[in-house]
Write a protein that binds this ligand. Structure first.
Ligand code: DC
Length: 335
């Protein structure tokens, strides 16, 4: 079964207005979701307490929805709620990806059910961002954009071109023609550089450090931020990085800043890299993590920084399940 939401508003509390608004809302929900009328089991309306002149359920019956079970209720008066607003839930037999419909200035109240949400997840390397982001993407059925992978691909391009990561001018020239694209296969991000899948190659430790340096240059950031915004504008996604909440999407619906002690982060990175078959040393990883922290947070352009309105989550003593639970609770509180 699927539940489809929608809402609309009326200009005046008049029968005719209610009839027109209800009919328009139901027809649009039907069209947008490709529904056959007979598969709509039930339609439940709730209207704000300033609507008295007609039942939305009656208007639905008159509009030709008499075959479904219809119900109207009145909402209590709550400070800040919209006025003259009619909300609806349609219960449909079939399983489908519900497309909510909000008309005439009606606003979606539950942002997690809205057509598009963006979650910004920032923090230093090894703070667990990517694991958390992947899980959130799965749970909310949205895209995961690993922005670090993009900077890593830029670094790989610089390394392959044999350019010093500190040579800004040459790097900016190289960036003019960089062919970097992101694709998704079975929900996993594939990073393509000049048409070649570099998703594994960019995980090498020397690329991490180079990415941290290369990403300080404004020309690199501008190019990547533009790509990230383009993706986030089109669809719901969770983006992880260093500057998502501060620069890339300052108006993201939800913002989190994930952190953990350098020791915990180094241990996680060590385990992750060893599992992938890289031969690495814990102390070296810890030193590199601390160096990257300093470099990422002290650079002039978009440094690693917690946005003022981001929720701080220290995962040093938390399991991944606990981190997810905290984040989901905070999201619910904001909705
Ligand atoms: O998250 P990561 O370790 O894959 O990122 C690699 C480097 O890229 C990191 O040290 C800093 C840079 N980066 C950035 O500057 N801004 C982002 N949004 C993401 C990563």
């Amino acid at each position: 079964m699927t539940v489809i939401r929608g809402a609309t508003t009326i200009a005046r509390d008049e029968k005719r207005e209610i009839q027109e608004a209800v009919e328009e809302l139901l027809l649009q929900i039907e069209t947008k979701n490709n529904l056959k009328r007979e598969e709509i089991l039930s339609i439940v309306f709730s209207s704000t307490s300033d609507i008295h002149s007609y039942y939305p359920a009656k208007a639905a019956r008159e509009a030709g929805f008499a075959g479904s079970s219809l119900f109207s209720a009145m909402e209590p008066e709550i400070d800040g709620s919209l006025s003259l607003c009619i909300r609806v839930m349609l219960f449909v037999e079939r399983n489908l990806k519900a497309q909510a419909v909000y008309l005439r200035g009606a606003k979606i109240l539950r942002k997690d059910l809205s057509q598009k949400i963006n979650i910004a997840l920032d923090g230093p390397s090894g703070s667990g961002k990517s694991t958390v982001a992947k899980r959130l993407a799965k749970e909310y059925d949205i895209l995961y954009l690993d922005t670090g992978a993009m900077y890593r691909a830029c670094a790989l391009k610089v390394i392959d071109a044999d350019i010093d990561v500190n040579y800004e001018q040459k790097i900016c020239e190289l960036m003019k023609n960089i062919d970097l694209s992101i694709r998704y296969e079975k929900g996993s991000q594939i990073t393509l550089l000049d048409g070649v899948d570099v998703s594994e190659k960019i995980r090498q430790p020397h690329v991490s450090m180079a990415a941290s340096t290369v990403s300080k240059w404004a020309c690199v950031r501008m190019k990547m931020v533009e790509k990230q915004r383009e993706i986030a504008k089109k669809m719901s996604c969770v983006l992880d990085g260093r500057d998502i909440g501060t620069v890339v999407l300052p108006n993201a619906d939800f913002k989190f800043f994930l952190t953990a002690s350098p020791e915990v982060r180094a241990k996680r990175r060590y385990e992750e890299l060893t599992a992938k078959g890289f031969s690495v040393n814990y102390d070296e990883i810890k030193t590199e993590i601390i160096q990257r922290d300093v470099q990422d947070s002290t650079r002039k352009n978009s440094p690693l920084k917690q946005a003022d309105d981001a929720v701080l989550v220290d995962s040093s003593d938390l399991t991944i399940e606990e981190v997810i639970a905290v984040i989901k609770r905070k999201m619910q509180e904001k909705i």
